[in-house]
Design a protein around this ligand. Structure first.
Ligand code: GNR
Ligand code: NI
Length: 152
């Protein structure tokens, strides 16, 4: 496993690009998943999307404290409710802002074996899923936050 460098939104326009679906889950994808998890834990994040480490593939990892979730080609297939809570981003260090998100989502995707999985998230997990999937379309929380303020 290896740490990968997290891109900064002002220094790297890759964060504004659309990521491509993964067509074949091979060893390189497994290495990328391992590296993304290691990089996320090392940075104390609760999620990470592949474009944040410079790879334009539709892959996300999340751990809100309940264990690692790995998702390839994730799509939101159900959402309901509303929440308006603070978010930060490892690619936008020093800023936080409140973002409106659904309070409940169901996301469909593939696990590392290519099996279809559904992840249901409420609260923070719903927020993290939406935040990471936005990264795959070049969207940052600061685009949606009504007020951005500096973290202490
Ligand atoms: O570490 C992170 N915290 C966080 C808090 C609230 C909502 C979303 C997040 S994701 C963020 C890590 C990150 O930048 N992922 O892309
Ligand atoms: Ni982020």
């Amino acid at each position: 496993m290896a740490l990968r460098q997290i891109k900064h939104y002002k220094k790297d326009s890759i964060l504004r690009k659309h990521s491509k679906p993964v067509e074949k889950i091979d060893d390189r994808i497994h290495i990328l998943l391992d590296d993304m998890a290691e990089t996320m834990y090392h940075a104390d994040g609760i999620g990470l999307a592949a474009p944040q480490v410079g790879v334009l593939k539709r892959i996300i990892v999340i751990d809100i404290g309940d264990g690692l979730i790995e998702l390839i080609n994730p799509t939101i297939i159900f959402e309901e409710g509303e929440q308006f809570e603070a978010e930060g981003c490892l690619s936008v260090p020093g800023l936080a802002g409140r973002v409106k998100r659904p309070s409940h989502v169901i996301v469909e995707g593939l696990d590392r074996h290519g099996e279809e999985v559904e992840i249901e998230g409420f609260g923070l997990l719903a927020r993290a899923l939406c935040h990471e999937i936005d990264h795959l379309d070049g969207i940052l929380f600061i685009d949606k936050a009504s007020i951005n303020y500096e973290e202490e």
